[in-house]
Ligand binder design. Structure first.
Ligand code: EZ4
Ligand code: CO
Length: 402
């Protein structure tokens, strides 16, 4: 089998998605997600100008060799644009492999290790009562694990809280909006939120929280310690992780489980975190971390240190990535949990898929390959629109981590 063509489909069914389609001489094609939120067209150019010409004529089954060719062969290693482009190729090739062999991709990665993938939903509210309502709504839908974000009194537009009555979506069309941040108000407020939640919903539901890189290590340690009575499933991105050593300090002070890695693009971003057991869950994702080939190795390395996976799964990761994450999550032994932020009905129509949600778990389905398609004529009705993630400033106007 040979690769005969590859092209990008850029569309915006409620939000932007970049999809790579690779075609073979046997009529089988594969899809890969190439969406890098807020920097979409950089990946399109990288693929169109620099990668696609090198793919034509290659054997699509050679996932390892093609990965190495694109990674080592570029000389310039790593970086989110490069690794998203490599991921798109890699995932499309695994899709082709599965379709050609007439089996779901999870069978090519080790086979099913579990019945389904435990997922967590996003609950949010502008204040504690509305956050509690949102959690109860998700429990009623069957979720057994729920991330909770809440507006902080005195802080305009906190992370994870929708502005209107539409579901929370981090990217916004137009130029970047600005939000305000106060660490002091946040640190005083969050324990009250989780105290109220445990009183209202009891002990059984898993609760999670995303700090979104906004604290220093010692502030994160204080938060972790103050949340211990409410036994969270995890505290996510407590501090930025460029300095992996920062997590040592958090670990010295609190037993709260720690998750990080959604912005990582290489396992080297996580190497110290994992081998020192400074984290409990690795959130690297297939689309930004170099594809199934790279994430399988990362997960296997993490397994040696009893670190489990918690792949990023926000709406900016397309249904193709959700499927890829579920196939890999079904197969590896150290799967932990999968983020599930449902796509809009329109996005789901553009990407018909075999995966499904049932009673707190997701299932990748048994279609050959990844089990996701792209309705190109529908996609064409929703062209790309420039969009960005917001930026954040502290109360005195200093730019801070969003
Ligand atoms: O801000 O996916 O845990 N989920 C997150 C997401 C990220 C977005 C960035 O594109 O932190 O909401
Ligand atoms: Co996050």
């Amino acid at each position: 089998m040979k690769i005969v063509a590859a092209r990008l489909i850029v569309c915006s069914p409620d939000r932007n998605f970049v999809t790579l389609r690779i075609d073979t001489d046997e009529g089988i094609y594969g899809l890969g997600d190439a969406t890098l939120n807020g920097r979409e067209l950089a990946v399109v150019a990288y693929l169109e100008e620099h990668i696609i010409p090198c793919l034509i004529g290659r054997d699509p089954f050679a996932t390892e060799d093609i990965w190495q060719y694109l990674y080592r062969g570029a000389y310039w290693r790593r970086g989110p644009v490069t690794m998203t482009a490599i991921a798109a190729v890699d995932v499309a090739l695994w899709d082709i492999k599965g379709k050609a062999l007439k089996t779901p991709v999870y069978n090519l990665l080790g086979g099913k290790s579990r019945q389904g993938a435990l997922v967590y939903a996003h609950a949010n509210g502008s204040d504690i009562p509305s956050a509690i309502d949102s959690v109860k709504k998700h429990i009623a839908e069957g979720y057994q694990a729920i991330r909770v974000q809440c507006g902080v009194p005195g802080v305009l537009s906190s992370y994870g809280v929708p502005k209107g009555d539409k579901p929370y979506e981090p990217a916004e069309r137009g130029l970047p909006s600005e939000s305000v941040w106060s660490t002091e108000k946040y640190l005083n407020f969050v324990p009250k939120l989780f105290e109220a939640l445990r009183i209202e919903i009891g002990e059984d539901i898993h609760l999670l929280h995303d700090v979104h890189h906004r604290l220093t290590p010692i502030e994160a340690a204080r938060l972790g310690r103050s949340l211990e009575p409410y036994h969270l499933f995890w505290l996510e991105d407590p501090t930025p992780a460029e300095n992996q050593e920062a997590f040592r300090l958090i670990r010295q002070h609190t037993v709260i489980p720690i998750a990080t890695g959604e912005v990582f693009n290489s396992f080297w971003d996580a190497h110290d975190l994992v081998r020192n057991q400074w984290i409990d869950y690795l959130r690297m994702t297939i689309v930004h971390g170099g594809g199934i080939t790279a994430l399988k190795k990362a997960a296997d390395f993490a397994a040696v240190y009893q670190v489990r996976t918690g792949f990023h799964g926000a709406t900016d990761l397309s249904p193709v990535t959700m499927a890829a994450a579920l196939h890999l999550g079904m197969a590896i032994h150290n799967f932990g949990i999968q983020e599930h932020m449902p796509h809009s009905p329109l996005t789901d129509d553009v990407f018909p898929h075999a995966y499904r949600f049932e009673e707190g778990y997701m299932h990748p389905g048994d279609a050959p390959g990844l089990g996701v398609d792209l309705d190109e004529s529908l996609a064409a009705q929703y062209p790309y629109q420039r969009a960005y993630l917001p930026v954040a400033r502290t109360l005195d106007g200093t730019l801070t981590d969003w």
